[in-house]
Every structure is written in C-alpha cells, then in structure tokens.
Design a protein around this ligand. Structure first.
Ligand code: PLP
Length: 508
C-alpha cells in the first residue's frame, strides 16, 4: 500500500478542473469568430443570445489530457480489472466488435434514409433476428427494445394485447419468484399489473406447491429466469410450464441469464412464450454505467401479430420495413433500436458460430463451478450444488460473528484489484455475494481472485476493522450509494455547488 502511494506521487493533484484553470491558457485554437455577429443577431432570437462570456476552464492541452486520463484510471472496467458482478455478465468485449460497429456504413447512416440506401443494416437486423430465433427456439423477434428492462415492459404489453385479443381482460396478475431480478416485478407493476411473489423452496427453486395455489385465470403471465438468480437450473421447468399453461397464463423468460445455455438448452423448448435477451450481456458490449444496451424480444407464433412495428421483411435479396401490422402494440422505441449494439451482437455470433457459442457457455459454467469449489468450503454457500454461470455465497455468519457485511467484503476486494461481486442480491440469500466470473477469464485470474477472497476471510477473523473500513487505496471510499444514484454529481461545477458533499473526507 505504501508503494502504491509512492507510485501515484505527482499525479495526486486533487484539484478539480475549474480549480486548475488559469486565465489565458488554451488547448484549442478557435477562429476569431466563426459566424459574423450580424448573422447571429439575424437568425437567433435575442433572448437566446448569451450576454456574458462562458465560464470555461482554461488549461493547456497536456494539462487537460493528464486531467482526464488520470480521472479515467481511477475507475474499474472489464478492460482493466476482473469484474465478477453476478447477473451482469461482465465478459471481455473483443475490440473487433468496436471496429465493425464504427464502420462508416453503419455508424454514419441515418434512420431517416430510404430503405434502398440501408439494405446492409436491414440485412443484419434480419440475420440477427434469425440467429436469435435459432438460439432461443422462438418463432419471431423484435430488436427494438433498448435494454433488458425495456424488453420486459414490452413483454408485459404483448401479454396484455394477447389476452385482450382472446377476450380475457381479467388477467391482471403477474407472478414472479422471490429470487427474481428487481426489474421483473418493477416492469409488471409499471404496466399496471398486480405483482404476486412465488416463494422458493429449500433447494432455491420455485416452490411447485405454492405455484399451484397461486396460478389462476387471473394470471396474465409467470416471469422466470432460468437458470435463476442463484445460478441454479429450474429442473422442474416443464412442470412449471404445464401449471401455468393449464390456467391459460403465459410464460415469460428473462433471458439476461442466457450465458449458461447457448447452444445447449433453448427457452422455446422449455415452453416459454415470450423471451427477452440482454444482448449487451450475453453477446458482449461494454455496459458498465448504465448503457447503451439492447433487449430484443422473441415470441411464439401466437404472439407474433402484436410485435412492435416496423418489422424487417425479406423479398428475394431485398429488404424492406413492414408497417402494415394492424394488431401491433405500436412502437416501443424510436426508429429500429440501438443499431450499434445489435451490430456488436451480430459480430459476436458470426465470429463464434454455434459451436463457439456452446463452448463459451460451457466455459462460463466451468469457471463458475471452479470458483464455487474453491470458495464454498471457506465461505457459507446455502445452495452448494453444481451451478450454472454464477453462484451465491453468504456473509450471514460473518455479519453475526464479526459485524462484517457482504458489501464490506466487496469494498475490500477493490484494494486487491478486483471489482466487487454483486452484493445483497438475490434477496432470498441474506448477505449475498453473487459471483459470475464469465468464460473470458484465465485460470490464473480465477486463482488470484479466490486467493484474495481467502485472505479477506483471514482479515475478517484477525483484523475485522481493516475490512469494515475498506477500501484503503481508492480515491473515493464510501459514497452514499442512494444519493449517488438519485442525485449524481456529474460535473466539477455540481461538486462545487453541492455544499453538503463530503468529497475531501473520502480522500485517502
Ligand atoms: C441485467 C438484468 C436485467 C435488466 O437488464 P437491463 O438491460 O439492465 O435493463 C433483468 N434481469 C436480469 C436477471 C438481469 O441480470
């Protein structure tokens, strides 16, 4: 730790951008005046014209570059650190995906261009939808939703449209397991459904007896993720399907967890009617910090007429956009979706092929089980059995005995150079530490992570304060996480304005 302090000497200038500003310095040379003053006055309403000069920071180019490069190095990313954030599938993003998405034929087209000028993009949409159909066993796909939760919302709309078309307007309940991802009940509630929880059994799976009691002709759909958020495969999935379908309820698949199953098991074959995929998880795309993403939704034939419009249709070798869809729910997003993200997913699928995707999934499961085996004798694992792409440990006993919590362990991992796992989720495990290594990590990295986890366990027993007060090497220690999400400080000016901030107190 002493050493790391020494090596950052000289870059430890903690002044903010505005505080470094010195009048007259500049990093860019602007023309005297780009537009004649008269032009501005003639074309822009007077009340919109600036009366005084803008308060921009004034720095030289090297100072500016150093400021931002040093700032960027304070963060954790998949390109800099192992990032075992459960449920988020933070796998390595091959750089060729970025190169392809940046090709001018993709990056510079406008969604307002006529169909004949964007045949290549339309073809990729069509091919990608076809690949997703094959990988999931669904009959049709829309690529429009911009994220997983957005796909869920669309799924809720499709379920209502489907039931309404059959004259079943009383179905206003959505069932979700108590282990479900928070977005599932949120999406259902957002669209006006009553959300009812299905309890898990002691094996961490949906309790069939409870489900049987809860499913009725009031239920619009049952939302599941399989493997579930404990990383366990719902082995009774066909019984669950039969229970739901017998009462006319649809089965919704949260496909954010598809990374365990590619090329091996398909949601369509498990009996699901609606599926959303997080292509920014399973099929790569850098997705820390909230986006952008894409959440394509697949459905069985009976729901196809309700999919958003337009849909891409192929006619021989030409592609066109079909808006003539009288039963469509309409649009869920402007234009056609997050094209750049869809292109990355397409490249990933084409680079690996079915065999490669299957191998990736098998390796993801192997990596998770390797870490599970290494850690589950030291840490409590309430569901210690063969897992899929992730597993969940519990710091319950450590909290009771040493007053060290799951998030303390996560914070301490930062000192060891690892991003924290997901903590305190899923809610069915007290003090949860949810670990998803993904397939792209080497055995050496997995071993180093396991070693750090075991060292931290020793610290908890010997010097618990070291863990309780971690991190000790980060530029910010423990920001208020609720405030950070609700009232983010996005610029140094906000930081200056925010009198209550505790910035300097966090400096190591
Ligand atoms: C990430 C995730 C979601 C939500 O996806 P977003 O793209 O973040 O909206 C839903 N369900 C599960 C299981 C997830 O891991």
């Amino acid at each position: 730790m002493e050493q790391s302090k020494l090596t950052t000497l000289g870059t430890q200038d903690s002044r903010l951008l505005f505080e470094r500003s010195k009048r007259g310095k500049e990093a860019a040379m602007l023309p005297e005046r780009a537009f004649p003053k008269e032009d501005l006055a003639a074309n822009i309403p007077a009340k919109l014209l600036r009366k005084s000069e803008v308060d921009f920071p004034e720095l030289s180019e090297p100072e500016l570059v150093r400021y931002f490069v040093n700032l960027s190095k304070k963060n954790f990313s998949v390109d800099t650190h192992f990032y075992p954030l459960g449920s988020c599938t933070m796998k390595y993003n091959p750089k060729i995906h970025e190169d392809v998405a940046a090709l001018s034929g993709f990056a510079c087209v406008s969604p307002l261009q006529p169909e004949e000028e964007v045949q290549g993009v339309l073809r990729i949409f069509d091919d990608l939808a076809e690949a997703l159909k094959q990988l999931t066993g669904m009959d049709a796909f829309t690529l429009q939703p911009a994220a997983g939760a957005h796909g869920e919302l669309l799924g809720m709309m499709l379920a209502r449209a489907y039931h309404a078309s059959r004259g079943e307007k009383r179905r206003n309940v959505v069932l979700v397991p108590d282990s479900s991802h928070g977005t599932n009940p949120a999406s259902a509630a957002q669209y006006g459904y009553e959300v009812v929880q299905v309890p898990s059994d002691e094996r961490g799976r949906v309790c069939l007896a409870a489900l049987e009691k809860l499913v009725s002709d009031r239920v619009a759909c049952l939302m599941l993720t399989n493997p579930n958020t404990l990383g366990l495969f719902e082995t009774d999935i066909l019984k669950i399907r039969d229970l739901a379908h017998a009462k006319g309820a649809l089965l919704y698949y949260d496909g954010a967890n598809l990374n365990a199953l590619l090329g091996t098991v398909r949601p369509g074959d498990m009996g699901f009617d609606i599926v959303h995929l997080n292509v920014h998880k399973t099929f790569t795309t850098p997705h820390g910090g909230g986006g952008p993403g894409a959440g394509p939704v697949g459905v069985v034939k009976a729901l196809e007429p309700f999919l958003p419009k337009p849909v891409v249709r192929r006619n021989g070798t030409r592609y066109h956009l079909d808006y003539d869809r009288p039963n469509s729910i309409g649009k869920i997003r402007s234009f056609f979706g997050n094209t750049g993200i869809l292109i990355r997913a397409y490249v990933y699928i084409r680079m690996l092929g079915l065999e490669g995707l299957r191998q990736a999934s098998h390796d993801a499961v192997l990596a998770a089980n390797y870490l599970r085996k290494k850690l589950s004798s030291a840490y409590l694992n309430p569901h210690n059995e063969y897992c899929m792409h992730e597993f969940v440990l519990s710091a319950r006993d450590l909290a009771a005995e040493h007053h060290v919590h799951a998030h303390d362990i996560g914070k301490r991992l930062l000192d060891y150079g690892f991003h924290a796992p997901t903590v305190h989720f899923p809610l069915v495990v007290k003090e949860a530490l949810m670990i998803e290594p993904t397939e792209t990590e080497s055995k050496e990295t997995l071993d180093a992570f396991a070693d750090a986890m075991l060292k931290i366990l020793k610290e908890i027993e010997e010097t618990p304060d070291l863990v309780r007060k971690a991190p000790h090497t980060m530029p910010i220690r423990r920001p208020n996480e609720v405030e950070a999400a609700r009232k983010p400080i996005l610029s140094s000016r906000d930081l200056k304005r925010d009198q209550s901030h505790n910035w300097s107190a966090h400096q190591p």
